[in-house]
Design a protein around this ligand. Structure first.
Ligand code: 5GP
Length: 139
């Protein structure tokens, strides 16, 4: 069974499509967090950001880069929160990579992405050094 977003790509489910090219598609979110809330996807179905091949990831970023000012202009937004819920534990509900472009306004009630998190972890310098070394070795 293909994802709900693949069904949009295939024209089986209607959507308010705002941009399309060979490898990417952008359309309005059906349950917008703000007017203009837009989703950008690779047309091919990948579950997580790290599953997207590098060339298609570059295409995806190019479409995000193109859509951010278009969305901001369309709804006269002051800014945008641009985010991926990458994996179930992060709140991803649709298993087809998608970038949220959510318009933001000076007086809206949303906070920064930092507001998602509760207490900050108390990490020593040694722990930070170890984590940085681990990431560097995998990058
Ligand atoms: P997630 O929680 O997976 O990051 O976000 C999924 C997003 O997809 C939600 O914001 C939800 O409103 C949106 N969505 C789910 N089903 C549909 C649909 O059929 N059409 C559109 N346009 N958006 C959808």
């Amino acid at each position: 069974m293909s994802s709900i977003f693949s069904q949009i790509v295939d024209g089986e489910i209607p959507a308010r499509i705002v941009y399309e090219d060979e490898t990417t598609l952008a359309f309005l979110d059906a349950n917008p967090l703000a007017p203009g809330h837009t989703l950008v996807i690779p047309k091919a179905e990948y579950e997580r950001l790290e599953d997207v091949p590098e060339d298609e990831a570059a295409d995806l970023y190019a479409t995000i880069h193109r859509l951010v000012p278009a969305v901001e202009d369309a709804v006269d937004a002051d800014a945008t929160t641009v985010a991926f819920n990458n994996g179930e534990a992060a709140g991803q509900e649709v298993d087809h990579v998608h970038c949220h472009i959510v318009p933001r306004f000076e007086d809206d009630a949303g906070g920064p992405i930092h507001a998602i998190f509760g207490d900050l972890p108390d990490l020593s310098d040694d722990e930070l050094d170890d984590i940085a070394a681990d990431i560097e070795s995998q990058a």
